[in-house]
Design a protein around this ligand. Structure first.
Ligand SMILES: [Zn+2]
Length: 834
């Protein structure tokens, strides 16, 4: 499901806020169903508004619930079960003495738990718990309950709380119980695909309110989360999330990487046809037709993501109306944290494997905002049409919009319009994909156009004459110390700087296509976007107004040199997403860092080729950023490895995801590249280096192999293993497992020191021995360290040593007369250098 975390890096880009913070609009649109609510909506409403049953309140002792790695014990207290919904008990409220135990299965998950709770294992006593389930927990407790005389008081006290909390799980329970709607269909649950769900909202004694989930529909069945509000900002903290598998034993190795999108989808959408009318300043009206294949039948419900600001009027399957439920993400839920709102379609009978279907949604709403200067803010970019997350599909888009606006979309523009056109002066344009793309979007504004070319790829830049009204402007009072950006003396004009933007993108396309294969689309459109976020969509870049500034304008913003470079190269980063992210997509949240790191490092390889000093400056800035601590003095290295994806942004480190996945991710790729480069050099020291290097050749293979497909962290590690020269074998194994364990799935930044260095003259060379100390790293951390001899103001690579644990002795041969050696003088390894 939803993987629309935005793609951005740079000065102040706030990525995770993508669809959730739309133009400050508040409120929730609920979808009206013509006439009376249908059976599915009635069921959904009941599931989300269920209170406690006064006739089912008991004293309970020594009852337990065990699901996967979740153990909840109700030692002694009072429990009230909820009223029946469709003849079933689906929840209970407990007050008394209880305990919850969750043991995360591996080092990363235990460290994550410890970051948020102070302990590697969740072991918490509690006084109240609200439980929700789909698998009839009550009968198991028959022998544990006895009558109580406090029933009325208990229900009076807790009924309203239980009723409010019941909304949280309504949609998930609907997936189970919609199967029972008339005409009843076989239950969703089979031994192969169990359907077991438990959610406990717990009021812990030490840790406050938190949620424990066990859900067999999720690839990571166990999840413990907490919603925290700090200084008016809300954070969704994931304490732990892991798969338990059939055996109940979680995996902890590379071969069993799981992510929330890694599982094959039961529905495949082949083609979208969208007919939309855009009415600035706010409105979008659209009909979206989807051709889909049911790959695995049995369910009666399909979930789609669609912005809460778009109200569905009608949903049809093969021309027959289908019941739908619009479920805006609940405040504080995981979906809200991702900005996803869902629409559920509930079919009159279970879907059949192999079935083809045409769905049509008709909807409208306010998802645009006038940002000023002829710029519209297109909100809900990832959810303006119903979709199931990133998945390769063909798109046929046609838009109607008022004259004077220009609209640019993903796909190739065609003059063949669909349907009779009105005689009005409206603009109409149609965009059809040449091959499947993972997502589609559009932008519109009152633009000035500039053009450049890279081979036969046309690059069109669409920039407005001005910037959005919220852009920092010159103020008569001069500079506001709290907002240095207010120092802008003159309003900048992106249109004026559109040509250099087009030229830089052309340079990027030339550079990338000569290394990672041809540019994948017919054109690249770069459109100005208000705000400081940028995104690289297939053939369409939304580029922040900030990235259109010229050097004088940047200077007047008092941006640091390194911020200048990073802001300028944001365009190159977004261009690199055409290969990494749009052509090769990612499998699950644990793999998302890959496309950010690949796009970012690709942009920095171009920077390095044009401006080596700028490249080193950016890498050094990243190193410093990665060594920062938060306000409580907790180092960012404690936030976890790149493989935690969006979980890295949390109440402890609000921008952890951006810093770690982009910047540590970039360093990881740089380390791999330098290892391969050194190995090539050792093999053939006098070789000329023109064209793609070994690292870039592996990336080309990745692009060729995974074009149109999602990639996992394991895929990338294996691709580099396959191309690894023997000099990089650690302990004789053709394996990068040490790199995965310590660097990719680890978060330390070690400190390296040379000790006990001795030089011995031997024939025509000098033998060097010594010890590499590795500190501030786990005992089992392995680091490949280049060792150089310094002779006559020249440094010569002697070789690489695997620093394994705290102390590693080494022996190397050096040119005769060597009296000084250094570890990694070119700073190609992410270590602490100060
Ligand atoms: Zn990005």
């Amino acid at each position: 499901m939803g993987r629309f975390l935005g793609r951005a890096v740079g000065v102040a880009a706030c990525v995770a806020a993508l669809a959730a913070t739309l133009c400050g609009q508040e409120g929730v649109a609920s979808a009206p169903v013509p006439g009376a609510p249908g059976p599915a909506e009635t069921l959904y409403t009941q599931l989300g508004d269920v209170g406690l049953d006064p006739s089912r309140v008991f004293h309970i002792r020594d009852a337990s619930i065990d699901r996967g790695a979740v153990h909840i014990t109700l030692n002694d207290g009072t429990i009230a079960f909820t009223q029946d919904v469709a003849g079933k008990v689906t929840g209970a409220f407990f007050e008394g003495d209880g305990e919850v135990l969750v043991s995360p299965p591996n080092r990363v998950e235990r460290a994550s738990m410890a970051l948020f709770t102070g302990g590697a294992i969740l072991e918490e006593t509690f006084s109240t718990a609200y439980l929700r389930f789909n698998d009839q927990a009550m009968p198991q407790w028959k022998s544990k309950v006895s009558p109580t005389d406090v029933a009325t008081a208990f229900v009076t006290q807790w009924n309203e709380t239980a009723r409010i909390l019941s909304q949280m799980d309504a949609l998930r329970l609907l997936l189970t119980f919609a199967q029972d709607l008339p005409p009843a269909s076989p239950a969703l649950s089979t031994t192969e695909h169990p359907d077991s769900y438990l959610h406990a909202r717990i009021q812990g004694h030490k840790l406050g309110k938190f949620d424990v989930y066990y859900d067999t529909h999720s690839p990571e069945q166990v999840r413990v989360t907490q919603m925290r509000t700090m200084q008016e900002d809300s954070y969704y903290d994931t304490w732990t999330s892991f798969a338990v598998g059939q055996s109940g034993r979680p995996p902890d190795d590379l071969t069993s990487d799981t992510g929330d999108g890694a599982a094959a989808d039961e529905i495949h959408i082949e083609k979208y046809k969208i007919r939309a009318e855009v009415r600035p300043p706010t409105e979008l009206k659209a009909t979206t037709e989807l051709q889909l294949d049911v790959r695995e039948g049995g369910s009666r419900t399909i979930l789609f993501e669609l912005s809460r600001f778009l109200k569905v009027e009608r949903a049809e399957a093969d021309e027959i109306p289908v019941e739908f439920i619009h479920n805006p993400a609940l405040e504080g839920s995981r979906l809200a944290a991702r900005g996803d709102d869902l629409v559920a379609l509930v079919f009159p009978k279970p879907l059949v494997t192999g079935e083809h279907m045409r769905l049509r949604f008709t909807y409208s709403g306010d998802v645009l905002a006038d940002a000023g200067s002829g710029l519209l803010y297109v909100g809900a970019r990832g959810t303006w049409y119903p979709n199931r997350g990133l998945e390769m599909a063909d798109f046929d888009l046609q838009f109607r919009y008022p004259p004077a606006w220009e609209l640019v979309a993903t796909g190739k523009q065609t003059q063949e319009l669909d349907g009779a056109m009105p005689t009005s002066t409206d603009g109409v344009s149609r965009w059809v994909t040449e091959h499947p793309i993972p997502l589609a979007g559009f932008n519109l504004g009152k633009y000035v156009r500039a053009q450049s070319h890279a081979g036969d790829v046309a690059i069109d830049v669409y920039a407005a004459r001005g910037v959005e009204k919220t852009f920092p402007q010159g103020s008569k009072e001069g500079m506001d110390p709290a907002h240095p950006l207010l120092a802008m003396p003159v309003a900048p004009s992106p249109a004026k700087n559109a040509q250099p933007v087009a030229d830089l993108a052309a340079k990027a396309i030339d550079f990338f296509s000569s290394r990672f294969g041809p540019y994948p689309y017919a054109k690249l459109a770069i459109t100005q976007m208000p705000g400081n976020l940028s995104q690289g969509w297939p053939g369409l870049i939304f580029l922040s107004s900030f990235s259109f500034l010229d050097n004088t304008e940047r200077a007047s913003l008092h941006m640091s040199d390194v911020d200048n470079v990073m802001d300028k190269y944001l365009l190159v980063h977004e261009t690199a997403h055409q290969w990494w992210g749009d052509t090769v997509t990612w499998a699950g949240y644990r793999d998302q860092w890959l496309v950010e790191a690949l796009a970012n490092y690709s942009s920095l390889m171009l920077l390095e080729s044009l401006d080596p000093a700028g490249f080193r400056m950016v890498m050094e800035q990243y190193r410093e950023n990665l060594l920062e601590t938060n306000d409580d003095g907790v180092p960012l290295t404690k936030d976890g490895p790149v493989t935690l994806g969006g979980r890295l942004s949390n109440s402890q480190f609000p921008h952890g995801y951006e810093t770690i996945s982009y910047q540590r991710g970039t360093w990881l790729l740089h380390m791999l590249r330098c290892m391969m480069r050194d190995a090539e050099h050792e093999k053939n020291p006098s070789a000329e280096h023109n064209g793609p290097d070994a690292f870039q050749k592996t990336l080309l293979k990745l692009r060729e192999r995974y074009a149109g497909k999602p990639i996992t962290t394991a895929d990338v590690i294996r691709a580099f293993e396959a191309d690894m020269p023997p000099s990089l074998y650690y302990e004789g194994h053709k394996s990068l497992d040490w790199f995965y364990q310590g660097w990719v799935n680890g978060s330390a930044i070690p400190r390296l020191r040379l000790q006990n260095v001795k030089f011995t003259e031997h024939a025509a060379e000098t033998l060097v021995s010594g010890t590499i100390q590795q500190g501030e790293a786990p005992e089992d951390m392995v680091t490949s360290v280049p060792v150089y001899a310094v002779t006559n103001k020249r440094t010569v690579l002697l070789g690489r040593v695997f620093a394994d644990g705290p102390e590693t002795p080494f022996h190397l041969k050096a040119p005769a007369g060597t009296r000084k050696i250094m570890l990694d003088p070119e700073q190609t390894v992410l270590t602490q250098v100060k």
